[in-house]
Design a protein around this ligand. Structure first.
Ligand code: PMP
Length: 330
């Protein structure tokens, strides 16, 4: 019988699907790796399992301990799944730009959620980094995975995401494109694909305009889960061959097109990564095979990206949801 022992055993082995409608004629093949099909709904399930495994092994996380982490939601869900399986408590710290739907998901899995202001620098005592550090000091048996510096994060992508892409493309992948948040995905997956292909696979990082990876100062942008205002240790800047910056407006417009034209209801960082992947596939031509990683699903963004009023309030709205024409109205 094919019955998994636990939902955590279903993490990974996500499929690749060809993008058909958003691609331009004459471009290379663009294949999306659909990470929302992980049981917790994102690529972060992968790092959660490996970070907890490593902490149990090193003794940093003891039976009955509490996992404390600053997370924009997805890492929290992954950690909450593993915590349920193994009997840990979870306290997550989120910036206030994270959609309320997403925070409620964490609570639904049984975690406690602490909300902090987005518009303060990382060293500020109210920043979500500072607050989580304080909670770790105050809670007995607390362990902070710290996805920004934990080597088990990139390692999980080196051991799973990279080999899956190589296997599922029969080693024909030419480019790997992914958004950069902690940098774990691009670092681990990119390193594996470069090693296995003797450097032939080119790695493209994607960053919201304004973030440090593409030379910005860390000014606010609205795409969630990607971009930073500092350089995390999980990111190895020698891995990407190139970084492409994408605006919030283009990211969100593409996110809506992916739902409407490709049947992929995904998050804003997915639209952002696809904008860059399409650029690469167009530039590299029909012989390229561009794999783009789509980190999460779109259900957590219904009140933002998939809400016309919210989109209009930022001047992002190009095609209303109830428009029956594929042509933009403005
Ligand atoms: N997109 C979303 C929605 C995310 O939550 C994350 C993780 N912060 C990323 C992209 C980026 O992945 P990574 O942290 O591995 O760079």
């Amino acid at each position: 019988m094919r019955i998994a022992d636990h939902v955590v055993d279903l993490v990974g082995n996500t499929p690749l699907v060809k993008l058909n409608s958003v691609t331009k004629p004459g471009s290379g093949l663009v294949a999306a790796k659909v990470e929302y099909l992980n049981p917790g709904g994102s690529s972060k399930d992968r790092i959660a399992v490996r970070m907890v495994d490593a902490a149990e092994k090193s003794g940093a996380l003891k039976p009955g301990g509490t996992i404390v982490e600053p997370t924009s939601g997805n890492t929290g869900v992954g950690l909450a799944l593993v915590a349920q399986q193994r009997g840990y408590k979870c306290v997550f710290v989120c910036p206030d730009k994270v959609a309320e739907d997403k925070r409620n998901v964490l609570k639904a899995y049984g975690a406690e959620v602490v909300v902090c202001p987005t518009a303060v620098p990382p060293e500020h005592p109210d920043s979500y980094y500072s607050v989580s550090d304080r909670l770790v000091r105050e809670i007995d048996g607390a362990w902070k995975p710290d996805q920004y510096s934990n080597p088990a994060g990139p390692q999980s992508h080196y051991e799973t995401t990279g080999p899956e892409i190589w296997r599922d493309t029969d080693g024909k992948v030419t480019h790997f494109v992914a958004g950069v948040g902690t940098g774990g995905t691009i670092t681990g997956t990119g390193r594996y694909l470069k090693e296995v292909s003797d450097g032939k696979v080119k790695v493209v990082g994607v960053d919201p305009e304004g973030s440090v990876y593409s030379g910005g100062s860390g000014r606010p942008y609205l795409v969630e889960g990607v971009g930073e205002d500092f350089w995390p240790a999980a990111y190895d800047p020698s891995i990407p061959d190139e970084i492409i910056a994408v605006s919030d407006a283009d990211s969100f417009d593409m996110t809506r097109r992916l739902a409407r034209e490709e049947g992929l209801l995904v998050g804003g960082s997915c639209g952002m990564a696809v904008v860059a992947a399409l650029k690469v596939a167009e530039r590299e031509g029909p012989d390229s095979l561009v794999v783009v990683l789509l980190p999460d699903g779109g259900r957590g963004y219904m009140s933002k990206i998939f809400n016309d009023e919210w989109m209009s309030s930022y001047g992002f709205l190009r095609t209303p949801l109830d428009s029956h024409t594929a042509e933009p109205v403005v």
